[in-house]
Ligand binder design. Sequence first.
Ligand code: ADP
Length: 401
Amino acid sequence: MNVLVVNCGSSSLKFQLINYDNRDVLAKGICERIGLDGSFTYQPKGGEKETLEAAMPTHVEAIQFVLNALVNEKTGVIKDLSEVDAIGHRVLHGGMKITQPVIIDDEVIKVIEDCADLGPLHNPANLMGINACMKLMPGVPNVAVFDTAFHQTMPPKAYMYGIPREYYEKYGIRKYGFHGTSHKYVSKRTAEFLGKDIKDLKIIVCHLGNGASLSAVKDGKCLDTSMGLTPLEGLIMGTRSGDIDPAVVEYLCNKEHLTPSEVLNILNKKSGMLGMTGISSDHRDICEAMEEGNQAAIDCMDAYYYRIIKYIGSYIAAMGGVDVITFTAGIGENGNALRKALCEAFSFMGLVFDDEANQVNKQEIIITKPESKIIACVIPTNEEIAICEETVELVTASKQA
Ligand code: ADP
């Protein structure tokens, strides 16, 4: 069964065609600058990556480029579009109504539209991708896999903010959490990798990429997560501030003569590692600067680690203990020094770190010694494969029903 996995931004469209049976990525690529001059990058399995300038006024033309490339005589990986059995879409915000992946119908489209207030940059773009696929491939099932869905098991004590209840009731203002597809996939893989039943485990998943979030997963269900109403809450990230005192917004508006939207833009796009160092949003650049003794980089990394340690500590308390701490995404999978520093912060709880095992990167590995009271491990995330698996599961079940 072949699944086209689609991840749309307002001016971009990332895709992978995956053969579910052997999890083979047959082709992948990205359409960028949709609505502007447009460019299309495509790479078939085992083939060269090619980029061409290509005008694509809307997501419909972008999807058309993808489909043409997939069946193209030279670069194609399938003979006919009938070999695409289903399409899996990454969708940002499903609000309170969506708790799992769903086959897209009019009702689901309405939910995505209704949640556009909560995900103004992403939900409308996700819908454009969905509409384009429905138009160009009628009859092929489309599945929406929501970033917020896995976190819908959080209890009210974890998701309620300390603000007047009427705002929750009127506008749905609460914690939702994001990266849910990754947290679900990685927590499930953690249990499988350790040969344990997920129902017996308390897991803390540290998804540390450009965007970063932690989740506390107990009995296979999300109990808490660090992102909030939007992805801005929680950890210090590449360009996002994470937690700050909300009063900073008004203060900055007054001092710098900015609007709240402009301050929010700074908090989302010009803060985090980028803003704190003025160097880069990329963890590797900050590490390099640290080694050269750059004080801003040293302060930034100290704060970055400290925030994660505080969140891990709070999740241990919230779950009444922890069995496994799992690291994933770009920094979690590659940052040996970071994993060492974070794990050693919990040596007081009997975590015994394994320096040698920690030298290996980007693969499933345990980085604590056998006598350790808490297991720490690395599980590379793969959101596309996760979306492909969720899509096939759902489409197969709906065919059997
Ligand atoms: P996203 O998908 O959120 O854009 P990724 O999961 O790809 O982000 O993670 C990107 C981050 O991973 C960057 O900050 C990058 O510096 C970091 N990263 C990638 N490779 C390494 C490495 N070898 N060592 C340390 N950090 C790395």
